[in-house]
Design a protein around this ligand. Structure first.
Ligand code: M6R
Length: 599
């Protein structure tokens, strides 16, 4: 999705800050980029395509010294990717430049009105109405800040907006339903859609709320409300450091993030569980005792939600996972004891926020499970359980899925009240990070990926807790390799999908332990084998599934609840190496965005 960066600073090379900030936002997904600098006049450079294209085109003296500036990565919604549709957009005079994330719902009416009064538009975007509205307000003789405020008051929809004006030494910004965070440096102030954009300059941040306006000047900042009244804001410190957002020698962020899982899992658990007593010490979960739990989430987070719902059902709690996009318009019935849990890595996914807002409308208690401190979800929900995975830059979620799964275990442990069972699980959780490390050290995934890289389609099957991982394995493979992949509950194969299985389609089967689920899945594996399809068994070797498999990816033995987390690491590696061999854009797959802030 689109990304915004802004900078106002003494002794800063503003253009450099903007360009490197845009690189820090690349992971969100984009198709064009641009910058605007103001220093008595407004200068703009914008290009369809990559940030490298923009860097090659930009005049390094743009804005001169002591300029203030804004930058943008665009992910097209209104109008195709083109130089004209790239942000920043300007008014008729070229003295007001604006960048926008989100969707302006009433832009058609505003555009018509503005055109009738003589404004000329140069793009197809909804965003371009904003600089023209500012221009109109300026013509009434008000200050740049007031003109920006008046323009914003005409706009309906979701937005993060930032502007520079020839007539002002400030960057002006506001938000509604779209993230925007300020960075507070020694002699400079920054703003961005996400912290990694300015993390190399400062880790001190101020989270802007909907309806608030920010003003960034050379080294100072202030926040006010819609009426211009100053709002007291506190500065928080983000725990991430710049190193965590660097590639650190790995070919791709995704591979780095897969390898960060042992550390991420340790951080997720640290100080939160006590193996001796079987108890969980997580402030966000204290006193929770819901009669039923409804999970809402999208994509990979939805798979974590499916897994979480299974854990809770095993604890005897009514639990169900819903696709947030469905729940938002068709919510499930709730009662006083219902807890709605939103799982979202970014904390900004529009569908998930919308589902949670629906829950709020029904006065139901909400819990956010997220990775991002200060994210919208963490500020809107009654409680927040942070997964502590550290920044995830690759569009494909990897380490955050594992950490979400562990957070779901914490929730299940907190609601279970069965100390002895808990002790056993907590012991297994303690060992999990080193077991993930063992897989990373020893995986045959690259070899398996290479063997099947030319397959026309891939299938993933798993039963019970392995079901969500079958879906996740398929999602990961399709999103980064662009190959057809589908995941099924193992028992469903014979109810239709088996028709697609041929000797050319590998079937990845997750089988751990030797219980009933394993035995039944082995039955499904035999059905596949009988159709001459190659089976790749992801297994701990406890059952004899290896006898029916063409290839085996081993995982260490663990508690049955945690086996899917280990199996998934093998599947992440397979997806990564298939995509790598095909030369795909692994960290920024086509058409996808890291943070999906539109419904
Ligand atoms: O930030 P969220 O966890 O709410 O994002 C939800 C999905 O958009 C996300 O998981 C998406 O499916 C990933 N690209 C999957 O790798």
């Amino acid at each position: 999705m689109c990304g915004i960066i802004g900078c106002a600073g003494r002794n800063e090379d503003t253009l450099d800050v903007l360009l490197s900030g845009l690189e820090g936002l690349e992971y969100r997904g984009y198709d064009s980029a641009g910058v605007a600098l103001s220093n008595g006049s407004v200068e703009i450079c914008k290009r369809e395509g990559t940030i490298e294209r923009l860097q090659a085109a930009v005049d390094r003296s743009l804005g001169g010294t002591d300029a203030v500036g804004i930058g943008h990565t665009r992910w097209s919604t209104h109008g195709p990717p083109s130089d004209e549709n790239s942000h920043p957009h300007t008014d008729c005079t070229g003295e007001v430049a604006v960048v926008h994330n989100g969707i302006i719902e009433n832009y058609s009416a505003l555009k018509e009105e503005l055109q009738e009064s003589g404004h000329e538009f140069t793009s197809d975007t909804d965003s371009e109405v904003v600089p023209h509205l500012v221009e109109d307000a300026l013509s009434e003789g008000v200050s740049p800040e007031e003109a920006f405020r008046r323009a914003v008051s005409r706009v309906e929809g979701s937005y993060a907006l930032a502007a520079v004006l020839a007539d002002s030494e400030a960057v002006l910004a506001t938000r509604n339903d779209s993230p925007l965070v300020l960075g507070v440096g020694e002699e400079a102030a920054y703003l961005a859609s996400d912290v990694p954009a300015f993390l190399e300059y400062t880790d001190r941040v101020v989270y802007l709320e909907d309806g608030e306006f920010a003003r960034l000047e050379s080294g100072s900042w202030s926040v006010s409300d819609a009426d211009g009244e100053v709002v007291d804001k506190s500065i928080s410190r983000v725990e991430w450091d710049a190193e965590e957002t660097a590639k650190s020698g790995y070919d791709h962020y995704m591979l780095k993030e897969i390898h960060e899982q042992p550390r991420a899992l340790r951080k997720c658990l640290r100080g939160r569980v006590d193996e001796r007593t079987g108890s969980v010490d997580v402030e966000a979960l204290v006193g929770l005792s819901p009669s039923s739990v409804q999970f809402v989430a999208c994509g990979t987070s939805y798979h974590a939600a499916l897994y979480g719902a299974q854990l809770l059902r095993e604890e005897g709690i009514h639990a169900h996972a819903f696709l947030a996009s469905e729940y938002a318009t068709a919510p499930a019935p709730v009662d006083d004891g219902t807890l709605v849990v939103g799982i979202t890595q970014s904390g900004e996914t529009a569908d998930t926020l919308s589902a949670l807002r629906e829950a709020h409308r029904q006065n139901v208690e909400t819990l956010a499970v997220t990775n991002v401190v200060g994210s919208t979800v963490s500020r809107e929900c009654d409680r927040t359980l942070f997964i502590r995975a550290g920044p995830e830059i690759g569009v494909a979620a990897s380490k955050t899925f594992s950490s979400q799964a562990i957070a779901a275990n914490l929730l299940a442990l907190a609601l279970s009240g069965r100390a002895s069972r808990n002790q056993e699980l907590i012991g297994a959780l303690r060992d999990l990070p080193s077991q993930v490390q063992a897989i990373l050290d020893d995986s045959r995934a690259e070899e398996v990926a290479s063997k099947y890289v030319d397959s026309p389609a891939y299938f993933f099957i798993g039963r019970n807790e392995h079901g969500p991982v079958a879906l996740e394995g398929a999602l990961k493979l399709k999103e980064i390799s662009y190959k057809h992949a589908e995941g099924f509950a193992a028992g469903e194969l014979k109810h239709g999908p088996l028709a697609l299985v041929t000797e050319e389609t590998p079937v990845f089967a997750m089988v751990t332990g030797d219980g009933e689920a394993a035995t039944k899945t082995i039955g499904n594996v035999k059905e596949v084998e009988a159709r001459d399809a190659p089976v790749v068994a992801v297994t701990d070797g406890v059952s004899d599934v290896g006898r029916y498999a063409e290839d085996v990816l081993r995982v260490p033995e663990t508690h049955p609840r945690l086996a899917p987390v280990l199996a998934n690491v093998q599947l992440q590696l397979v997806s990564y190496f298939v995509a790598k061999e095909l030369g795909r854009s692994i960290d920024k797959p086509r058409n996808l965005a890291k943070s999906v802030t539109v419904e």
